[in-house]
Write a protein that binds this ligand. Structure first.
Ligand code: GDP
Ligand code: MN
Length: 344
């Protein structure tokens, strides 16, 4: 292993990735983890699953990002947990803080109000920065410049099944720009004005929105947002989609309103609404065969193979109807599209 240093003087492990076994071609892709030093134990538990189920075979690099410098403990323990390359980056301060058009005092007042109303994480300042970072900036981090695809990983998640193919190559070869495993309804109190703002954007940018979009997946019969979103703690994505002019014009439009601070807009509904506007049904892929759990929500493949250590009957789509409603809407949306194509 050779050590070099990044621009912030932090060590970068520049060792060779594990030799690819039975698998020569690789995508320009990385596993991306936003974390703090205090998340280290949880990150290691997630890495254990990721390595055992997928990455020991495929050897994709990990990119760890933090708004503060990582300590040597975090660096040493994570780099020892994989044979693949690991990179550590600091988030530029202009991507983690208040933009000129948001008054921090007004944001603090809004957080107090959200605490009073019990908005989940609404009172946590760093959570707002985190959601805005994943919405507008992570894809521009210098350490990700060399990559086309990412797989987002969080602390303390489980991957339940062996993955016997490369999902990045799958995306590359099939022009998939966004992949998910869980779709659920967003908490309405976190996004009071997100849908109205999105509609305004759509009205003003109708020429940049392709006709074959996914808006019917997220729109209720009465025209409101039905709250369905792809749960972004698991996310496979095409970085160039997020870097695109279309995506960034949407992000900028949202950001100008201050909604990431005055409300508690999550990156999950933002990514999802962008995918719904700009992508078509072949560009968004449900990775059915990836078993996954984050907190109490779980996806387990219906067909049990690949040594899945989960029970399909406990998976999100099989919980109470409200847990599975977005999965049902996704299936119904695809079926309706297919029927329309057959008629055409
Ligand atoms: P939840 O999944 O919505 O409950 O939120 P998490 O607490 O899991 O945070 C989402 C992701 O952002 C995880 O990967 C966290 O490690 C990371 N994260 C959250 N807040 C911060 C922060 O203030 N700094 C850094 N560096 N990472 C954060
Ligand atoms: Mn989490």
């Amino acid at each position: 292993a050779r050590f070099t240093h990044n621009v912030h003087g932090q060590p970068i492990y520049a060792g060779e990735a594990a030799p690819a076994r039975g698998h020569q071609k690789r995508a320009k892709a990385a596993i991306v983890v936003l974390a703090r030093d205090s998340d280290c134990d949880g990150v290691l538990r997630s890495m254990e699953h990721m390595e055992a189920r997928f990455n020991a075979k495929f050897g994709y690099p990990y990119v760890f990002l933090n708004n503060e410098p990582f300590g040597t403990d975090f660096v040493n323990r994570t780099l020892a947990a994989t044979a693949a390359r690991t990179l550590y980056g600091i988030i530029p301060p202009e991507h983690w803080g208040y933009p000129s058009y948001v008054d921090p005092t007004a944001a603090a007042n809004a957080r107090r109000e959200m605490r009073r109303r019990g908005v989940l994480y609404g009172d946590r300042e760093s959570y707002h920065h985190m959601c805005r970072y994943y919405s507008g900036f992570f894809h521009f981090h210098p350490l990700l410049r060399e990559f086309d695809f990412y797989w987002r990983m969080e602390p303390d998640v489980h991957y339940y099944c062996d993955l016997d193919y490369d999902p990045f190559l799958y995306m590359q070869e099939n022009s998939v720009k966004y992949g998910f495993v869980i779709t659920i309804e967003e908490l309405p109190a976190t996004i009071p004005s997100l849908w109205a703002t999105t509609q305004e954007f759509i009205d003003g940018h109708s020429s940049s929105i392709p006709a074959a979009n996914l808006l019917d997946f997220v729109r209720a019969p009465n025209g409101d947002y039905n709250l369905c979103h792809f749960w972004s703690n698991f996310e496979l994505g095409d970085l160039n989609f997020f870097r695109s002019k279309a995506y960034m014009s949407y992000f900028d439009y949202l950001d100008r309103t201050g909604g990431f601070f005055f409300e508690r807009w999550g990156d999950a509904p933002v990514h999802s609404l962008a995918a719904a506007m700009f992508l078509n049904s072949t560009e968004v892929h449900f990775f059915q065969d990836i078993g996954y759990r984050h907190n109490s929500y779980k996806h387990c493949p219906a067909v049990q193979r690949n040594n899945c250590a989960c029970d399909a009957l406990e998976a999100v789509a099989f919980h109470s109807p409200s847990f599975g409603v977005c999965h049902a809407r996704w299936e119904a949306f695809l079926a309706a599209q297919e029927a329309a194509q057959e008629r055409a």
